[in-house]
Ligand binder design. Structure first.
Ligand code: ZN
Ligand code: ZN
Length: 586
């Protein structure tokens, strides 16, 4: 009922949007004004957040490390309020689609910034918020300037490092045990970057002897500040630590800012619960039909979940050998491209091929595959598909991994990461370049698209509708669904570890090690685990809504291309704009 009401309100809004658009015939230069506003906004943003700027490839303020304080947060809030005011002077209806969505993203970012400082306040309870070394490592390993230049940026930051950690101690109050542990680990693990990597680089640099000497003293002082901080965390008196369960209100607020969905977190949680039941039923149906083929004369268990588990485990034995893992992934890409062309699913620009590479040394150990996109200030950089190698893995670990990424799942992984998932989305979003979207792009749209394409490909007949492919797809999808259930249950409903492990191992068919990893992730993060299923649900719902509306006029290829043309904007805004623009009609 609630959802239907929401839809009704939404369509009234769209109707009025459409009218405004038609009456706006005089072509003023609102977009030009807004473009220059965006530029000056980003310049000012970087002044307030110099370390963030450097991580995005903007290097004018490399040497500045802001010591967190009430004053620094007041400055951030002022910046946000001033820009929220500036935004009000623009008439949204006069802006292009690209600028409209940029407007919404900026507005959301500014509101979230204020909310972080006034409600979320992780600076009081998350000791891992404080870490200077990760930013320094980025400068040290960067290739945007010569070593001596990069070192001078680092030198400036080291000067403020002792005061920075001093401040951290002042503001932390009863931090959670989990984030305290993380803060200790991350700070201690990274101190060798200062004492070894940085020190070595200073020695071979072209800096003068006197600067080198002072630099080395700064390194010693900074390393001491990092160690002292970790030591202080280890021994701090904390009899009433804060719970890592975020609580319902904060979770919902964070969901609103991070996901920017037209649904609440509770609505998405309800959807996920329902979806889990549907998937279980469907998986049991397929597993029963495959029982004889895989289990022979073995007696079928009474429990549906057990039947499904047995069949899944048998099918997972079909996997590649460790030494052909990489080459299998490489061969997969042209197969996907051919299928998409044959089925007319989306235009794939052959002038922007995906560069497949062996994962670079610094990423080693993270097997599987991932996409590496160039930063917003490095538009001409290559996009890489990093494919991990299993060489050097213990046989047990490799076997378990290969069963997880069996012949079926490996194909779904390539769909998600590469084509037509993340990589294809990236190519489209680069066609309407927006620095704002590179910086504040909507993670739920990006992940939702990748998850949507898995489903769309299988629906279109990829894998020849083999029951094994569907079953494995459902298992993979169930992980996404259960991530949402887990996140909401733990943070909004107070679920504890025992029940969480039960959900993941018996209802989502995960191995114990995977479930343990997921538990750690959900105790340290909030909301991010919901992004995949929320984005997927919104895209899938929207497609079905349009299909109904447009009947014979609906064209899947046109829908995909139009949808991606808006860049990494929240799905709810893309939907709004597409409903105005009569999507899919070419
Ligand atoms: Zn095997
Ligand atoms: Zn992804």
């Amino acid at each position: 009922m609630k959802r239907i009401a929401l839809l009704a309100i939404a369509s009234v809004l769209f109707a009025s949007c459409g009218q405004n658009k038609n009456s706006n015939q005089q072509n003023d230069n609102s977009d030009q004004h807004f473009d220059s506003y965006k530029n000056s906004f980003i310049e000012k943003l970087w002044k307030v957040y110099p370390v963030w700027a450097a991580s995005q490839g903007y290097h004018n303020y490399d040497s500045i490390l802001i010591v967190p304080s009430e004053a620094s947060r007041a400055l951030e809030n002022e910046f946000a309020k001033a820009n929220l005011d500036s935004l009000k002077s623009y008439d949204l209806q006069k802006l292009s689609s690209n600028n409209k969505t940029d407007y919404y993203l900026i507005e959301n970012q500014l509101n979230e910034l204020i909310w972080n400082n006034t409600s979320y306040k992780s600076f009081e309870w998350n000791p891992s918020d404080y870490n200077v070394v990760s930013g320094i490592a980025e400068l040290l390993n960067g290739n945007y300037a010569k070593l001596d230049v990069r070192l001078m940026g680092i030198y400036g930051r080291l000067k403020s490092t002792p005061a920075y950690y001093e401040s951290a101690r002042k503001y932390l109050k009863n931090p959670t045990k989990e984030h305290t542990q993380l803060g200790i680990e991350q700070n201690l693990n990274s101190v060798s970057v200062l004492e070894k990597d940085l020190l070595d680089s200073v020695k071979i640099s072209g800096l003068s002897e006197s600067v080198k000497k002072e630099f080395e003293t700064s390194i010693v002082n900074s390393a001491k500040a990092v160690r002292d901080y970790a030591e202080w965390l280890k021994t701090m008196k904390n009899d009433t630590p804060r719970s890592f369960h975020l609580g319902k209100d904060l979770f919902e607020a964070k969901f609103r800012f991070d996901i920017q969905s037209r649904f609440t977190s509770e609505e998405i949680y309800e959807r996920a619960l329902k979806r889990k039941d549907e998937l279980h039923a469907e998986m049991a149906r397929i597993s029963k039909s495959l029982w004889k083929k895989y289990m022979g004369s073995e007696k079928m268990p009474a429990e549906d979940l057990e039947i499904t588990r047995s069949v899944l485990e048998k099918i997972a034995l079909q996997h590649v050998k460790a030494d052909s893992f990489q080459v299998t992934i490489e061969r997969q890409i042209p197969v996907l491209v051919d299928f998409i062309k044959k089925k007319n699913l989306i235009f794939i620009d052959s002038t922007k091929p995906l560069v497949i590479r062996k994962e670079p040394a610094y990423m080693a150990g993270v097997a599987g595959a991932s996409i590496n996109a160039p930063g917003p200030y490095d538009k001409n950089g290559n996009t890489y598909y990093n494919v991990g190698s299993l060489s050097g893995w213990a046989p047990d670990r490799a076997e378990s991994y290969l069963r997880e990424y069996n012949n079926y799942i490996l194909q779904i992984l390539c769909i998600h990461e590469a084509i037509p998932g993340h990589y294809t989305q990236l190519v489209y979003s680069n066609q309407s370049p927006s620095l704002i979207k590179s910086l504040f792009g909507n993670g739920a749209m990006v992940e939702g698209w990748a998850v949507y394409t898995e489903r769309m490909m299988i629906e279109s007949g990829y894998g020849n509708n083999e029951p094994e492919m569907w079953l494995m797809y459902y298992k993979w999808h169930l992980r996404t669904v259960c991530n949402t259930i887990l996140d909401y249950s733990v943070h909004a409903l107070g679920m504890e570890k025992e029940d969480a492990m039960k959900l993941l191992t018996s209802e989502a068919f995960q191995q114990k090690a995977e479930a343990e990893g997921k538990w750690r992730r959900v105790s340290l993060t909030q909301v991010q685990l919901c992004s995949y299923f929320t984005g997927f649900t919104e895209i899938y719902d929207f497609r079905e809504e349009l299909k109904k509306k447009m009947g014979d006029q609906f064209n899947l290829k046109a829908f995909h291309e139009k949808f991606l043309s808006y860049g990494s904007a929240p799905v709810k805004y893309i939907r709004e704009l597409m409903l105005q623009d009569k999507p899919g009609v070419q």
